[in-house]
Write a new protein. Structure first.
Length: 335
């Protein structure tokens, strides 16, 4: 692990902030959504992340309290979960944009979150950069959670969102282009929302993860979690991924790109196009059907674009443009 840097970054542009209030967070239909694509170059992951954020015009975060939501779904290293360097770059970027406070918040679905944070070096990183950490599986008061129960949810009793995501001024989310065995197959941005809700809450016997994992419509339920919050920015680390969730038959694939957007449907659609570009479609047809069902439902309930042709792929160099052009035909065929 390389030493943490105190370097500050300046990103000058304008970004329209989403209010973080409890309610249904929808994006307008028939409005094009930007997805920035940056092919990793000599500057590596750090430069690619910063350039991607600039492409979608991230603005000054002066005096903002910002929650950084990584993908800490398990204790495995990247690309199964967020790369420590990605978390480091994003923390420094947020602080460089003058945020007053940063908290790294998540709940692992396969382990004790604090232990995973410790093993990955996140506790050390947070101490070095003077930001907070919040393992959500340590929240043991009902007041720490907000009950979300919109009309027509597929959840039997709704679900509980960690209150911290309602208290901050902005949420920045980072995720991976990778698989995990929850029947939805690809984590991406919609899937990592699982780490923002409770498995159980004080005073209730119900296990929300048991309900999710045993449901045959869990791809819809995962999409619905995303109605309870709106990220300001999503960074999807697609530098590497494994082509299968079966470790005995996995293949490391290296697209070598970073994606950025504020539209979770758009960024996940681009991610699926990348997977399809690098993988024999006959080998992933079942996985594609599940994921495309989730994207279609997410679009239907207003989480983002409802047509892949409404995605604007934004690049700033020839290598990234060539990559965007290679996935564009596949992108237009999805849902």
């Amino acid at each position: 692990m390389k030493p943490w840097s105190r370097r500050k970054f300046t990103i000058s542009s304008i970004y329209s902030m989403f209010a973080t209030t409890i309610g249904v967070h929808k994006l307008p239909h028939n409005t094009k959504s930007k997805v920035g694509i940056v092919k990793v170059g000599p500057g590596g992951r750090e430069e690619a992340i910063l350039r991607a954020a600039m492409l979608i015009e991230l603005s000054n975060l002066s005096k903002y309290f910002v929650a950084l939501k990584p993908n800490l779904c398990c204790d495995k290293e990247y690309p199964y979960s967020s790369h420590i360097d990605t978390i480091d770059v994003l923390v420094r970027m947020i602080k460089g944009l003058a945020a007053s406070k940063v908290v790294i918040a998540d709940r692992s679905i396969q382990g004790i979150t604090r232990n995973i944070m410790s093993d990955k070096g996140i506790l050390q990183l947070a101490q070095h950069h003077y930001c907070d950490i919040l393992p959500l599986d340590e929240l043991d008061q009902i007041e720490d959670w907000i009950h979300i129960d919109f009309a027509d949810l597929h959840w039997n009793q709704g679900f509980y969102l960690a209150r911290i995501f309602n208290e901050v001024n902005a949420i920045i989310q980072t995720c991976c282009l990778n698989t995990y065995d929850l029947g939805v197959n690809y984590s991406l941005s919609l899937g990592t929302s699982i780490g923002m809700i409770a498995e159980t809450v004080p005073g209730l016997r119900h296990n929300f993860m048991d309900e999710l994992n045993t449901s045959n419509i869990r791809h819809n339920m995962i999409a619905e979690i995303n109605l309870s919050f709106q990220p300001l920015l999503v960074i999807l680390d697609a530098i590497e991924y494994y082509s299968s969730h079966n470790n005995n038959h996995s293949r490391l694939v290296t697209p070598g790109v970073i994606l950025a957007s504020s539209d979770r449907v758009a960024i996940d659609t681009v991610a699926i196009a990348i997977i399809k570009y690098f993988t024999n479609s006959s080998a992933i047809s079942e996985e594609f059907n599940l994921k495309l069902d989730q994207l279609a439902w997410a679009a239907e309930i207003g989480l983002g674009i409802n047509n892949p042709r409404m995605i604007d792929l934004i690049t700033s160099d020839q290598a990234s443009l060539s990559f965007a052009n290679s996935i564009q035909p596949i992108l237009h065929e999805l849902f």
